[in-house]
Design a protein around this ligand. Sequence first.
Ligand code: GLN
Length: 448
Amino acid sequence: VSATLKAIEDAEALNAFITVLPEQALEAAAKADQLRAKGQAGPLTGIPIAHKDIFCTHDVRTSCASRMLDNFAPPYDAFVVEQLQAAGTICVGKTNMDEFAMGSSNETSWYGPVRNPWDQTRVPGGSSGGSAAAVAARLVPAATGTDTGGSIRQPAALTGICGLKPTYGRISRYGMIAFASSLDQAGPMATTAEDLAMMLQAMAGFDSRDSTCVDQPVPNYQQALKPGALKGLRVGLPKEYFNAEGVAPGVQAAMEAAITTMREAGAELVEISLPNTELAVPVYYVIAPAEASSNLSRFDGVRYGYRCENPVDLEDLYKRSRGEGFGEEVKRRIMIGTYALSAGYFDAYYLKAQQVRRMIRDDFTRAFADVDVIAGPTAPSTAFSVGEKSDDPVQMYLSDIFTIAVNLAGLPALSIPAGLDNGLPVGLQLIGQYFDEGRLLAAAHDFQ
Ligand code: GLN
């Protein structure tokens, strides 16, 4: 823990952390030492980790990288925080992120952008960019993230680490600040599939405080990591994900090499089609903002969070607190979402988007009749430069073309490193059937 704290201090330029917790972490480390001395240490006892600043931590600032919550210290821990603490891990700090998890580059944070450790002029991806940078720079062995449309997998890809978005409902969302509730899912980020398995083991579980959490036994993920898992595995290659428009040639080349590796390991490659792929981004940008506009209505300057100075009346209090407390991207989402949900447009936008969402889910169901996992690039390009896409929201939204459909369908998926393009990491995405995280992790482990 002390080495970790020193490393975090030395890597300040990355801006990966919003809050560092030296006293709390050292105190926990002393307790972990005592457990070890008594022979009561578990596999994760004393392992330093970091939590994305979207997870509520008792009496510790939980900002969601927003000015709105800069002064917010929750009176309780999130389920994920409780679980990882119970497993013996030590939280050394809270990581930077895009404001309210809205973004793909970590540039929308109130606390400034995070830098990619591979090249500090570039972004680490987002929205879990602080966690990704912290793991990639080897400041911590593992960190938590959340993924609503790609926010674990895309930054994992851009920083050359592993990241898993579990099945929707696998991990309780209790205490995880809501962005788009029907899409949000917590997950682990680490350097190997084995470490993801250990983290998921601790994080997964049923919890009645999240009504969408599924009461299903948690398998032993480490036992699932059998050698030779790729042998005989039926791997679907969606034709829409390969040679798609906008995919960088270097990413394409890395995918071809990954396919060769899988074939040589005995995987059976099957061409499949996910015909509604191109509808995923437009559908997401109706559904996610709609849910966000509703979720974010709780930040009103009254109960907690930012409050403007000297409001003249209640309306002024609402308007200025929200106007000053939220950043530009968050406001853009609230406006889009409010519009899509308004009486005159609900059927044309929100209802239509839900219908297309079902079609996207059906595409996967059909594909999984013939294959065990689906493989493709995680992101269309490697890490881009800070500022390169920040003035063009639509370009930014397209960073998630390969990850978003998975959230709309609620499926599990992970990203693992698959070589370099011009010295920058490329991610391979593997998508699995509902609750098939064990098979995904085993395939990733064998690939590594
Ligand atoms: N980049 C997507 C967005 O901005 C996804 C973010 C996420 O998964 N939290 O909404």
